[in-house]
Design a protein around this ligand. Structure first.
Ligand code: TRP
Ligand code: SF4
Length: 550
């Protein structure tokens, strides 16, 4: 590493987080809402962690073998279970990436983030999917089929121009994909209206096709696992799409044939009770000659009666989410169950519940369990399998008997770009965003006219430095213009905050890079026309329907 001055080091550190780091607000702001069809803006990204259980990307970043620049710069800020994908990537195991686009207008630089994320996962060896959400655009946005066809074509051209390899990945439109629609139908049988009300705020006025487009999206998200085998799959999206991801993770589980849990004795335990019983078993087994037979329910009850679960951590905002308080609540019920168990040995085991299996599949599972087992009505206990072995066995049997065997999909979330005019980037304000179809000269002009994080005078700027963290032009560098060149992104940042860079020159450089990018991208789009025409995607859908809302 080369020697940085402390200022440079601080600037470089801050450059890794375009927002200068997100302070955790004490109270989650009240306006946190994730609405897939609302306006896409988020006040404080840190609130999404506490409020919705999205995890900080930092926690997995180190597990990604060769992270993309959007990951390195904190643009991708959150995830759900991305560890599974990172692990597959590191071990050369199968994984997939999929995202979708509503063809409601021209693709712009915000969509480019997602195009790049799909393409990067493809380059890392993943199966890649890009889809046109035409059913959603028609039902939720009232677009006519003609408008949809035109925009769909444009999205696909940009995706190809940026490097999507269609030989090795799949592009489709929802309306054309029979497998997706069949899957949507199956998944829809596990979702109901009350749930849609709670998740999306749907009500009696919501049109039925809009609801159908939601189950279609859950099918999109699981489609990579349907065409091939179940595998870790990442859905790169903005955080507004998280409700769809959460619903799909639930549905993926609800359609599974078997539920596998760790168990003790013959009774059922919830998760918190099971942790207490596990603690009792481990403590007693350490002193037993033969733990399998000697550790009995009544012994565990006696141990647990004396056991004090740790006090809930006073620093945790929400006591209900603190695992320690779950344990306190679970103690009396766990004790009751253990006492009722009397002399029955606790004997750890894995339990397979029959959730949705056909009779043949359940029989086949019983048959397939190796070693000692005990069969009950609706479940089977296995004594010689680990939890992991049991999970893969359950999946194997399910797939062999016409089930899906889905894994829960993962997701990554990127920050929304700030509009060039300040405020949010909006397709209805042309000056606020740059379309991938913008004339390169217009792109140049828009950057030159952009709001900055600069000071009122050049003198002040030299003295105080600019506010790169508040600057849409800096964002352009970090999100797009610097590309893979971290050196450039850091240079702009540190020169800015140290007062060595003035906005006029900075914007000129950015504007030229934007012009070059658009020129190059549009050339590649033109070349992609032939590639697109060779693909089997119907972009002249000839569909009848309503004319759309104007
Ligand atoms: N709802 C997404 C949007 O508004 C589009 C979409 C449809 C999608 N299916 C998807 C996104 C599957 C990710 C994964 O843009
Ligand atoms: Fe933004 Fe560049 Fe001005 Fe800094 S110098 S505030 S990065 S335009």
């Amino acid at each position: 590493m080369d020697e940085d001055t402390p200022e440079e080091a601080a600037a470089a550190e801050a450059a890794a987080r375009p927002d200068g780091g997100t302070e955790r607000a004490d109270e989650p702001a009240e306006d946190v809402a994730l609405d897939p069809w609302g306006s896409a803006s988020v006040g404080d990204y840190a609130d999404l962690f506490a409020e919705f259980g999205i995890e900080a990307f930092d926690d997995v970043a180190d597990d990604v073998p060769d992270p993309h620049y959007l990951m390195r710069r904190g643009v991708i800020f959150g995830h759900r279970e991305y560890d599974a994908v990172a692990e597959a990537m590191a071990n050369d195991e199968p994984f997939a990436a999929l995202s979708g686009f509503m063809p409601t207008g021209d693709p712009h630089i915000g969509h480019k983030l997602v195009f790049d994320e799909i393409i990067w996962h493809q380059e890392q060896g993943g199966d890649a999917f890009g889809l046109i959400a035409d059913l959603e655009a028609h039902s939720a946005r009232g677009m006519s089929w003609d408008e949809i066809d035109e925009h769909a074509r444009s999205y696909l051209l940009s995706l190809l121009a940026l490097g999507f390899d269609p030989e090795d990945g799949e592009l489709y439109r929802q309306s054309d994909n029979r497998a997706v629609q069949d899957l949507a139908f199956e998944l829809g049988s596990k979702a109901n209206f009350s749930e849609f009300e709670a998740i999306y705020g749907f009500d009696g006025e919501t049109n039925v096709s809009h609801m159908q487009s939601v189950v279609t999206q859950t099918a999109d998200i699981l489609y990579p696992q349907l065409v091939d085998e179940p595998k870790p799959t990442v859905i790169p999206v903005g955080p507004d799409q998280d409700p769809h991801v959460r619903l799909t993770r639930d549905l993926a589980t609800r359609v599974r044939y078997f539920k596998v849990t760790e168990a003790f004795a013959s009774f059922e335990l919830d998760d918190a009770e099971r942790r207490l019983v596990r603690a009792a078993y481990d403590a007693l087994a350490a002193d037993a000659d033969d733990p399998e037979t000697d550790v009995r329910c009544e012994d565990a009850a006696a141990w647990l009666a004396e056991y004090e679960p740790p006090e809930p951590d006073a620093d945790v905002d929400d006591p209900a989410s603190d695992p320690a308080s779950d344990l306190v609540d679970a103690k009396p019920t766990a004790l009751d169950k253990l006492r009722a168990g009397g002399k029955e040995p606790l004997r750890p085991r894995v339990r397979f519940f029959d959730r949705n299996a056909t009779d043949e599949a359940f029989e086949a599972l019983i048959e397939a369990v190796d070693g000692e087992k005990r069969v009950f009505e609706g479940h089977v206990d296995a004594f010689d399998l680990t939890r992991e072995e049991a999970e893969s066995l359950a999946r194997e049997v399910e797939i062999a008997h016409d089930g899906f065997g889905f894994r829960q999909p993962s997701s990554i979330y990127h920050r929304f770009m700030t509009g060039l005019t300040g405020g949010k980037m909006s397709s209805s304000i042309p000056a606020s965003h740059i379309s991938l179809l913008d004339d390169p000269e217009d792109g140049y002009d828009k950057v030159k006219a952009a709001t900055t994080g600069g000071r009122d005078t050049a003198e002040e700027q030299r003295e105080l430095g600019g506010e790169a963290d508040e600057c849409p032009v800096y964002e352009l560098y970090a999100y797009l213009l610097a590309g893979d060149d971290d050196g450039l992104a850091k240079e702009v940042y540190s020169e800015c905050v140290n007062g060595e860079r003035l906005c006029g020159g900075c914007k000129e450089q950015a504007a030229e890079l934007m012009r070059e990018f658009l020129e190059d991208h549009q050339e590649k789009r033109a070349e992609a026309e032939a590639v697109l025409d060779d693909l089997d995607i119907d972009l002249d859908s000839d569909r009848r329907g309503t004319g759309g809302e104007h």
